[in-house]
Write a protein that binds this ligand. Structure first.
Ligand code: SF4
Ligand code: SF4
Length: 57
């Protein structure tokens, strides 16, 4: 898992969940969870309207 979610910025819009190719993101109540399926592609970081997602280097 390489993507981190800034919980102070995330507005739980769910946009990132639908763009993740391997389905690694899940909106659980008011948390975005990233699971091991994440391949670090970075697509979600580009789609997030508030910049809450970051690929760790
Ligand atoms: S970096 Fe890619 S694989 Fe990982 S959570 Fe974001 S969209 Fe999904
Ligand atoms: S796209 Fe950004 S603001 Fe929307 S649920 Fe995902 S991390 Fe949160």
């Amino acid at each position: 898992m390489a993507v981190s979610v800034n919980r102070n910025k995330c507005g739980y819009c769910g946009a990132c969940v639908s763009v993740c190719p391997p389905g690694a993101l899940e909106l659980i109540e008011t948390w975005i969870e990233v699971d091991d399926a994440c391949n670090n592609c970075g697509i979600c970081t580009k789609i997030c309207p508030v910049g809450a997602l970051e690929v760790a280097k």
